[in-house]
Design a protein around this ligand. Sequence first.
Ligand code: FES
Ligand SMILES: [Fe+2]
Length: 360
Amino acid sequence: MNTVTQVPLSALKKETSFPLDQWYVAGFSWELKEQPIARTLLNQPVVLFRTGDGVAAALEDRCCHRSVPLSCGTVEKNGVRCGYHGLLYNTHGACIEIPGQEKIPSKAKVRSYTISEKNHILWIWMPKEAGGAPTHEAPDYPHHDDPKYKFGGGVYHYDAPYQLIHDNLLDLSHLGYVHLKTIGGNARQHMTAEMQVSSDEKTVRVVRLMPGTPPPPSYKMAWPFQETCDRWQEIEFNLNHLSIWTGAIEPGTGALDDPQRGGFHLRGLHGITPETETTTHYFWSMASNRHPDMPETIATVLQQIEFTFDEDRVIIEKQYANMKRFGERATWMDIHVDVGANRARRIIAKLIGEQNQPAA
Ligand code: FES
Ligand SMILES: [Fe+2]
């Protein structure tokens, strides 16, 4: 190891560097209330809304009349109405009413995006060609609907490129340094824990088992652990989200790599969606089971998780600010914890490389 690599400063380049023809997380179902939401996704300004009929939809955030953002308008039974002169658009982006004018010109329309609403998640298809239809189904995330768990979540915004957040999530050795007050624990045990990394063309899986380790503060608040616990971390990277399944059992009470193991479970969804090349939306949820004597587990867990997100954001935004400060001199070198993150970067580089190939 200890190779010197060219720092992946794709974030500092001008060209778009996102894989397209992909689903990305655009938001959570509970965010769509009476008002439309403005959100830039992969450099594209989008308005998200739910019609009075209950349909979740996404259009480009621009009225075709005089370019006022549709997100400044109002949601109606069958669409969104521009807040300037009242043009009404349906969920496919077609103007269906011009107040005071009978004839609707054929060019009275805006671009629409396909939304798939599943498991309380709003997935948006970001096509390579405008109007391109999805080539596959949006991902399943059944843990939001699993009665074993209770969950909550939220949305964070980062002034940093999305791949720096992937790096952070694929390398949980940082817990012992960044998250000492919450989900951390013994830093040396985190750094020396055996790590198994496997991958294919689309996913990277990192598993770390830490038997006989002191339970971190967050775990103790949510579960009655004593001096030590046996702890696991299973991370699965997909381009559009990472699933991180962590938890712990009382020492010696079961096989640590058994998916049916008991103890305290945390199932995290991390939907990392680029806003621009240099900024990112971070859609997260955390689901956990409850100890019978500690019914408030999920409230405690969510509070603690918010703390950890603050801790991560501080360090990642500082990291990116420093990368910009040093520019081309900000070269990177790899250490043993970087295997999973580097594989994820290779998957993304391959996807972008393929889509930038000139058509045959
Ligand atoms: S700008 Fe939207 S109706 Fe005029
Ligand atoms: Fe972290």
